[in-house]
Structure formats: structure tokens, C-alpha cells
Design a protein around this ligand. Structure first.
Ligand code: FAD
Ligand code: DLZ
Ligand code: SF4
Length: 513
């Protein structure tokens, strides 16, 4: 009377619903390292190492809790290479009477799970993933009858539902959103917090060696692997963030500094997404810090908004929009993503910084993803499907449910404005205001045309001009379109010529820009 319980690589918590109410004595937990998952895109080496190391440690944790865990390593000579293939082998080994599994985090894997009942002739119970606050039904109910699905209103609903930062029916402090207090540029600070560098143990070192051997051609480096790979380690990083970084998280949420990849960000996303940390528990601790007077409201609210607002909202959008969302391309963008996205070798310091640290660390914070790499891809008209693939590959926290809406929707405006009311397009002036990148760049952020002009400037205006038919009536772009309309015809011609000359150089694979 055995129950087979497959636990996927992003379900690494004993509180996962597939284990709920099951007697450990009558179950076999199955964990599978499989080639299909490690190669469906060319994941960053550190991303694969993190997930496999966290999986191996989680198997030990479950064993310690009394579960029987059948763990299939990647280098098992009989490894079938896919979830479905491994389920077939596990059925041979354990002859289960049924399967219980928690729903998958993406359409591709969800389709596999749906197929198992017919394929194997066994009852397969697919349980909801309750690590999220909003169930699929609750998100649908919120969408019902709304013309626009704005995150802000969904976020308020989540605040009411969780009671986080609420005084009765009113938001703490009297307003819902302190976004306008989250935009200070940062100064270099010797006391800036750094994430804890965890030392890999023997299990993690074995995974790193395996990844080095098998995935040498994947992007990124394995040097100095410092991720937390257990629940305890992730909790240590969480405490470190709450103590040292959260107080200034709000002020510097949008800031960027050269050679400072983390600033006051939490670096907790890989752990939240893989299951090592509980998002709601984290938010409650953040709120407690504010109620105790340790952190300002703009920090607590700004952080909680990212988790119960953005994180929940993009998941809702992902499942609501369906498997075809990935093919949307509202702006008809077709350009190939430049080769320097895989090397970091460009004279544009902002891109070289954001991409360089991404390849080193499998990490960039939100504004780097949105306003540097994302903004540039948007301005040059890069194919959103390619941009999506890059983001899915290079970040340790990337799973399609969270990455796709952020990339294709928020960053590339591929869905025509479902997620954002206007494209996140910006010229060099924004980057200069929020970072020190321009001070160290070979280009001059103040110039629009000429040899030394910052490429973002001409590209920004060219983007608006090129997309006027699609974006010209967007009320939130009225001001820049008015400025463009008022510009002298000769200036417009010069700007567009500069943009096209740059794009031509970009398309010549051998030319460094
Ligand atoms: P912090 O700045 O400390 O924020 C705290 C937490 O809030 C994060 O850990 C994360 O869980 C959550 N969060 C913040 N912003 C978002 C958001 N927009 N959507 C969902 N959750 C959010 N996040 C991922 O987890 N996986 C991805 O694959 C991913 N891809 C992205 C792609 C693009 C183009 C953009 C613009 C954003 C993407 N994000 C993604 C959101 C965000 O950039 C990361 O969550 C964040 O940078 C992770 O670093 P952190 O943990 O230090 O975040
Ligand atoms: C991302 C990933 C990788 C690289 N490898 C594995 C793996 O070998 N085994 C596994 O169970 N999960 C892995 N994952 C995470 C899965 O792709 C993730 O669980 C699904 O995308 C969820 O739908
Ligand atoms: Fe980037 Fe332009 Fe600033 Fe250089 S000058 S760092 S290219 S925004």
C-alpha cells in the first residue's frame, strides 16, 4: 500500500502539500535529478549547482524527519533523463497504488503531471501549492470584471487578506504604497551589508564537480559558490538581511553602484522560490521589525509589497494567461540579443556591470534587470522570446512562473500593457540619476549624437519614434511624445541616424560597442 510522492526541485519544504496528512510509513518520496530539467534551457552553472545541492540536502532533511526518500542522482547510469521516465522506473521499484504530487510551477511540467494518470494507469492526485497566498481561484475571482489588472489593487487585497501592515481596515501609516520613498541614489558606504558567504560542504562540493563536468558549455562561472543550500542556512541569510539590510532597503531599492551587486537587497529569491524559505513568514518578520521600531515603514512596506504584491501577482498572471503567453510580441520586436549578453564584453559600463555580475553570481537586483539589461533589450527591439530565455537561463531564482511575466510583460511590453501601464524605457539620464555607472563609462551620458554619445539616448528616442503607431496614444507617454514632436526635424533625423548606425554596429557580430 505504497504512495509515491515526487518532490520537484522547487518544492523543498517539509510543509509541501504533497506530504500533508500522509503517513510516512506508507510512502516513498521520490526526488529526481534529470537531464531534461538541467538542460531545457542552458541554465547558469551556479543555478544548477544551487538547485541540485539544495535538493540533496533536502532529501537528508526529509530522511531525518522519518520519510523514506528514493533519490536519483544525475550520474545514476540508469537515469531516464526526465520526470516521466523516472516515475516509470520508480513504479517498477515500488509498485505504488497511487501518486500524490504538488502542482508544478510551470506549464511545461504541469502538462507532464496531467499525463501520468493515463500513462501509468494509477490515480494521480495533484495538490494545490499553498506556499502562495492567492490560490488560482482567488486570483481569478480578483480579475473578474476588471478592465485592468493593476498590481496596486491586487496588492491592497493581499494586505487586507493577510492583515500585514494594516491597522484595522486602514493601511499602516495612512497610505498603501511608499514607492516614491524608494528611489534614493546610493553613495558608496564601507558598512554596506554583504550576503553571508556559505562554505560548500562535501555534498555541495560533489554537486559543483558534477556541474563543472557536465555543463561546461552553460553560461556563467562556478567560482566562489556561496549560496545557502539548506533551510537553516537560508534562515541565517534571512536574519542577516532583517538585521543589517532591511533598514535601508526602502531608501535604496532602485539604486545601482559599480562593483556592488547586492546593495541593501535581500538575495532571498532563490530560497523563496525553491521552498527553503516561507514568504509569508518572512513578511510577518519584516512587519514585526517595523512594529518594534527597528526599521522605517518605507522599508517594511517596500519589501512586503515585492512579496505579497509583485510576486503573487506575476504568478497569477502567468497561470491566467496560459501557455501561449510566451509567444506574445506586441511591439513586433525581432532583433537577436547581442552576443555580449553572454560575455559582458561591452564598452557600455552599465551593461558590462549588470551582465558581468550576472555571469559571476547568477544574481542581479531588480533595477539592474529592469532598467539596464531589460531596458536595453527593449530599446534595441530584441525578440522578447529570446530575452525571456536569457533571463530564465542566467538567474538562480528563475522559474518560468515568475520570470516570464517579469521579462516578457513588465520589461519588454510584449503583452501590450497587461502588467505595466507603459514600457519601462529610459534614456541614459535615468541610469545616471540612479547609479554611478556613467562616471566610469567610455560614453558621455549627456550627449545624444556623435562618437562618444551614450547609446541609450538616441536609442530611447528611436524606440518611441519607431513604435509611435502602437504607443503614441498611451497617456503615460504623452510627455515624451510631445517633446519628440517639438524637436527640430534636423535633430530628429540626427538622433535616428545615430540610433540606426549603432544598431548596425550591434548587428555586426565582430564590432565591440
Ligand atoms: P529584493 O530586492 O530583496 O526583493 C525581495 C523579494 O521580493 C525578492 O526576493 C522576490 O522574492 C520578491 N520580488 C521582488 N520583485 C519581484 C518581482 N518583480 N516579481 C516577483 N517577485 C519579486 N524574480 C524571481 O524571483 N525570479 C525571476 O526569474 C525573476 N526574473 C525577473 C526578470 C526581470 C526582467 C525583472 C525586471 C525582474 C525579475 N524578477 C525575478 C524580480 C526581481 O528582480 C527579483 O525577484 C529580485 O531581483 C531578487 O533579488 P532579491 O532577492 O535580492 O530581491
Ligand atoms: C531548474 C531545475 C533544474 C536545473 N534541475 C532540476 C532537477 O534535476 N530535478 C528537479 O526536480 N528539478 C529541477 N529543476 C527545477 C524544476 O525545473 C522545477 O521544479 C520545475 O520547473 C517546476 O515546474
Ligand atoms: Fe550606460 Fe550610457 Fe551611462 Fe555608459 S553613459 S553607463 S552606456 S547609461
Amino acid at each position: 500500500m505504497t504512495i509515491l510522492i515526487p518532490i520537484l526541485g522547487d518544492q523543498l519544504t517539509p510543509a509541501i502539500t504533497s506530504l500533508d496528512g500522509v503517513d510516512a510509513a506508507s510512502a516513498v518520496v521520490l526526488m529526481m535529478e534529470v537531464a531534461d530539467e538541467t538542460t531545457y534551457v542552458r541554465h547558469h552553472k551556479k543555478k544548477i549547482a544551487f538547485i541540485l545541492a539544495a535538493m540533496r540536502h533536502h532529501a537528508e532533511r526529509l530522511r531525518g524527519l522519518g520519510w523514506t526518500v528514493d533519490y536519483v542522482p544525475l550520474d545514476d547510469p540508469d537515469n531516464a533523463g526526465s520526470f516521466t521516465g523516472e516515475i516509470a522506473r520508480a513504479i517498477e521499484r515500488h509498485a505504488p497504488e497511487r501518486i500524490i504530487v504538488t502542482e508544478a510551477g510551470e506549464w511545461r511540467v504541469a502538462a507532464m503531471l496531467e499525463n501520468w494518470e493515463t500513462l501509468f494507469g494509477l490515480p494521480v492526485e495533484i495538490r494545490a501549492d499553498t506556499r502562495f497566498i492567492a490560490s488560482h481561484a482567488a486570483f481569478e475571482a480578483w480579475c473578474e470584471g476588471r478592465k485592468q489588472l493593476r498590481m496596486e489593487y491586487f496588492y491592497r487585497e493581499m494586505r487586507r487578506e493577510t492583515g500585514l501592515l494594516m491597522n484595522g481596515d486602514e493601511p499602516a501609516g495612512g497610505i498603501w504604497n511608499y514607492d516614491s520613498e524608494n528611489r534614493k541614489p546610493a553613495e558608496r558606504d564601507l558598512l554596506m551589508p554583504r550576503p553571508i558567504a556559505f562554505r560548500p560542504d562535501a555534498t555541495t562540493r560533489a554537486v559543483i564537480a558534477l556541474v563543472a563536468d557536465r555543463f561546461a558549455d552553460h553560461p556563467g562561472t562556478l567560482d566562489t559558490f556561496t549560496f545557502a543550500v539548506t533551510h537553516e542556512e537560508a534562515m541565517r541569510q534571512q536574519r542577516h538581511f532583517l538585521n543589517d539590510a532591511l533598514p535601508r532597503f526602502g531608501d535604496y531599492q532602485d539604486a545601482m553602484l559599480s562593483d556592488e551587486p547586492y546593495l541593501w537587497h535581500s538575495t532571498l529569491s532563490p530560497y523563496l522560490n525553491a521552498g527553503l524559505l516561507d514568504p509569508l513568514d518572512l513578511c510577518r518578520k519584516v512587519e514585526a521589525r517595523w512594529r518594534d521600531g527597528d526599521v522605517p515603514l518605507n522599508a517594511a512596506e517596500g519589501f512586503i509589497r515585492q512579496i505579497i504584491g509583485w510576486r503573487e501577482y506575476v504568478r497569477g498572471i502567468y497561470w491566467r494567461e496560459g501557455p501561449d503567453y510566451v509567444r506574445r510580441n506586441f511591439l513586433g520586436a525581432k532583433r537577436a540579443l547581442p552576443g555580449f549578453y553572454w560575455s559582458g564584453e561591452t564598452d557600455m559600463n552599465c551593461l558590462s556591470q549588470a551582465i558581468g555580475q550576472t555571469l559571476d553570481l547568477a544574481y542581479a537586483h531588480h533595477i539592474q534587470r529592469l532598467m539596464i539589461t531589460g531596458n536595453f533589450a527593449l530599446l534595441i527591439g530584441a525578440d522578447p522570446a529570446q530575452v525571456h530565455q536569457w533571463y530564465l537561463e542566467v538567474y538562480a531564482d528563475a522559474y518560468e512562473w515568475v520570470e516570464l511575466p517579469n521579462t516578457l510583460g513588465m520589461s519588454q511590453f510584449g503583452d501590450g500593457g497587461l502588467l505595466g501601464s507603459k514600457p519601462y524605457a529610459a534614456s541614459g539620464a535615468y541610469i545616471n540619476r540612479m547609479s554611478d555607472y556613467c562616471r566610469r563609462c567610455r560614453y558621455d551620458v549627456k550627449q545624444r549624437t556623435g562618437e562618444d554619445a551614450c547609446p541609450f539616448n538616441a536609442l530611447y528616442w528611436d524606440f518611441l519614434a519607431r513604435n509611435e503607431a502602437r504607443l503614441g496614444d498611451n497617456p503615460r507617454l504623452a510627455m515624451p511624445y510631445r517633446t519628440w514632436a517639438k524637436m527640430a526635424a534636423a535633430d530628429k533625423r540626427a538622433i535616428r541616424a545615430a540610433a540606426h548606425a549603432f544598431l548596425d554596429r550591434l548587428d555586426e557580430a565582430d564590432t565591440r560597442v
